[in-house]
Design a protein around this ligand. Structure first.
Ligand code: FAD
Length: 646
């Protein structure tokens, strides 16, 4: 089968997109220039929204949970003179107390797992567990995308092995230094080259360090090294040590094996012979977002993941934002490829309108988080200006002089080694005060992880006034147009419990719908407001129409509504549910047994969920649902009503 979509890059963004498209039946080819998946760990915090995508959409929950170390091993951040040395301060992040409110509550909490362990699972997911008649993605390693031509008909792609490919769409998931972005002439906006780091991937003899007082991050300050250590898996002895690297006066050759081993051992506080350096990779940190995400001419080349944005790692948004870009893009690509429509460019442009502001917000947050890390360094007497690539003074003096200046800056950290040193005690007090006042780096960011919302895009048409009101709304507590639908546990009369957030994926994977669908969820109006006439009109209207995409109508009844009803009658489970189909509109009755819906959305309210679980419309159940509200937007072609033949 000829591919319709080509993805350049088999990183987390490209593979997530390929796995999602494979489930949606879109023939896809992935081109990866490396010969195999990387073993260098890189990112490691998977936030709750990415876990929802990996779990609901790709069914990877169990595998990823199994591979992730237990939460008590990575709950904390520590400031210390070395991992085995003096602990100066520790902050714990109670993962069970994330101030999550109904909208942000999720069936899946965050996990800590190296990118290098996630990638093989994603790769498998592009091949296995696909619905019937969905072709696996064609993933080709060891060949690069060299160049492309875009026309109104499609994209002609040239590969490094001389082959060519013709596809409908090309997705650049080729990382922070994207060649496709460069060929499109798209500029990055923001702050480039904030800092450079040398990332050392380590294997540490497990007996060298105990996991008794473990943490995810260790900020290390001693006269030999200032470093951030990430404990990827303490029991397996897998660590990453990030040390400042200043390309202005240092070169990669300065970090040979024995230098790296000594730096890592000094940061860990163990003898060098207990440390194996598996790989050393430089990484430059930027805070930038691409000015455009969709090609101007024909809208057939789209940027995804690091190709579209590159953040400081503080807060762990790099990989997560890319995974969530892929999730936003997948159903749109699948829709435009299955519907011949002049609305296709508008739907794909909504990818940029929706995701770019999220990436900008995440950049701002990541920068703020990076500043928080630097503030803690300053409390301990280290001014990053001298230690990272922004150290212009050091860049000017260069070479040996710069190295000596750095060594001098670190030498004073000796005062932290033991309590009782007047300067050391003062600095530790400063650090602890800063952390007690909330100046440390948080682990979980509910607002950015789960409560982000699209204020314009593929949604009900809104006036500018309404969009502004949404911007000012209390983000975390509100279900609103553009936000992710809440995780509400609903129950079928048969007893089957499902999460509303998971429903579209469940219906698709269980074969009830041919593709990811729109879901209209309406709850019964409160008793005193119940008006059979209006409800009846709505039902009749839905019975008569057939929209181009499969539409599922979920009717939520409160527990009370069921009193006196015969719930023992065998009601449809999700699997045999197609029995209740009318045209392409399928009906599912369910019960708000725990009151989740009433709390999160409100009894008597209705919402329309898009295939990616975001709310496209929100209103009262007594309002007759009217497809024409989408008629001028990108969803028009998908939701256009068609009369059912009698
Ligand atoms: C050394 C390092 C350490 C990092 N550490 C952290 C961290 O601690 N925390 C954090 O949050 N983030 C970290 N990051 C960032 C994080 O890894 C990225 O945000 C994430 O990998 C982005 O995923 P992606 O799929 O968009 O891009 P990438 O993972 O960069 O994947 C892009 C892929 O495209 C391939 N490619 C490139 N050009 C071509 C081409 N022409 N043809 C075909 N294939 C091509 C590349 O080989 C690569 O496999 C780190 C990054 C690096 C490099």
């Amino acid at each position: 089968m000829l591919p319709r979509v080509a993805i350049s890059g088999a990183g987390p963004s490209g593979l997530t997109l390929a796995a999602l498209l494979a489930r949606m039946g879109v023939p896809t080819v992935v081109i990866e220039k490396q010969t195999k998946l990387p073993t260098h760990p890189q990112a490691h915090y998977i936030n709750a929204r990415s876990m929802e995508i990996f779990s609901h959409d790709l069914g990877l929950h169990k595998q990823l949970q199994r591979l992730s170390p237990p939460a008590e091993q990575w709950n904390d951040f520590v400031w210390c003179t070395s991992v085995a040395g003096r602990e100066l301060a520790r902050i714990g992040h109670a993962l069970s107390d994330t101030r999550l409110t109904p909208i942000t509550r999720s069936a899946f909490g965050p996990i800590h797992l190296s990118q290098s362990k996630i990638l093989p699972e994603l790769l498998k997911s592009t091949q296995l567990g696909l619905p019937a008649a969905c072709p696996p993605a064609d993933v080709r390693f060891g060949v690069a995308c060299s160049s492309f031509n875009e026309t109104s008909e499609g994209v002609h792609l040239r590969l490094s092995n001389g082959e060519t490919l013709d596809v409908d769409y090309l997705v650049a998931a080729d990382g922070a230094n994207s060649k496709i972005r460069e060929q499109l002439g798209i500029k990055m906006a923001g702050r480039p080259r904030l800092s450079s780091l040398m990332n050392l991937h380590l294997r540490v003899a497990p007996e060298a360090l105990s996991s008794a007082h473990s943490a995810m991050l260790y900020f290390v300050f001693n006269p030999k090294v200032v470093a951030v250590l990430v404990a990827h898996d303490i029991d397996a002895g897998e660590w990453v040590c990030q040390v400042p690297f200043s390309p202005d006066f240092q070169s990669e050759a300065d970090f040979d094996l024995s230098v790296c081993q000594d730096l890592a051992a000094a940061a860990l506080g163990v003898s060098p012979n207990m440390v194996d350096v598996l790989s050393a990779r430089p990484w430059t940190m930027h805070a930038e977002v691409a000015e455009q995400w969709v090609s101007t001419n024909h809208g057939r080349v789209l940027l995804c993941g690091d190709a579209a944005h590159r953040f400081p790692p503080a807060g762990g948004f790099g990989m997560n934002t890319g995974v969530q870009d892929a999730h936003n893009l997948a159903w749109k690509l699948a829709s435009v490829l299955s519907e011949e429509s002049d609305q296709a460019p508008a739907l794909l442009r909504s990818y940029e309108t929706e995701r770019r502001p999220v990436a900008v917000n995440n950049t701002v947050l990541s920068l703020k988080n990076y500043e928080r890390v630097l503030a803690a360094c300053r409390a301990l007497g280290i001014d990053s200006g001298g230690l990272d690539s922004n150290g212009r003074f050091l860049a000017q003096v260069g070479g040996v002089a710069a190295e000596k200046a750095l060594a001098l800056a670190r030498a004073q950290l000796g005062c932290l080694e033991k309590p009782g040193h007047p300067l050391g005690d003062l600095r530790v007090q400063q650090l602890r005060r800063l952390l007690a006042q909330g100046g440390g780096l948080p682990l979980v960011f509910p607002k950015h992880e789960l409560a982000f919302a699209y204020s314009e895009g593929a949604l009900e048409a809104q006036t500018a006034q309404e969009a502004k009101a949404i911007d000012n709304a209390a983000m975390v507590d509100t279900v609103r147009v553009g936000s992710r639908a809440p995780h509400c546990c609903l129950e079928l009369p048969s007893g089957h419990v499902f999460s509303l957030a998971d429903l579209s994926a469940q219906l698709h994977s269980s074969g009830v719908t041919r593709r990811r669908c729109f879901i209209l969820v309406r709850s019964e109006p409160k008793e005193e407001e119940n008006d059979d006439r209006k409800g009846g009109i709505q039902d009749r209207a839905l019975g008569q129409i057939k929209c181009r995409q499969p539409l599922v109508v979920v009717t939520v009844k409160s527990d009370l509504d069921l009193k006196g009803e015969n719930t023992s009658v065998s009601a449809p489970s999700l699997h045999d549910w197609s029995a209740t189909t009318s045209g392409s509109v399928k009906h599912l009755p369910c019960i708000d047994a725990l009151g989740d819906w009433a709390n999160a959305v409100g009894q008597g309210r209705s919402l329309l969920m898009r295939p990616d679980g975001h709310v496209a419309w929100l209103g009262d159940s007594n309002e007759s649902f009217d497809f024409s509200r989408f008629k001028n937007g990108p969803l028009a072609a998908l939701l256009a009503p068609v009369r059912v033949e009698k």
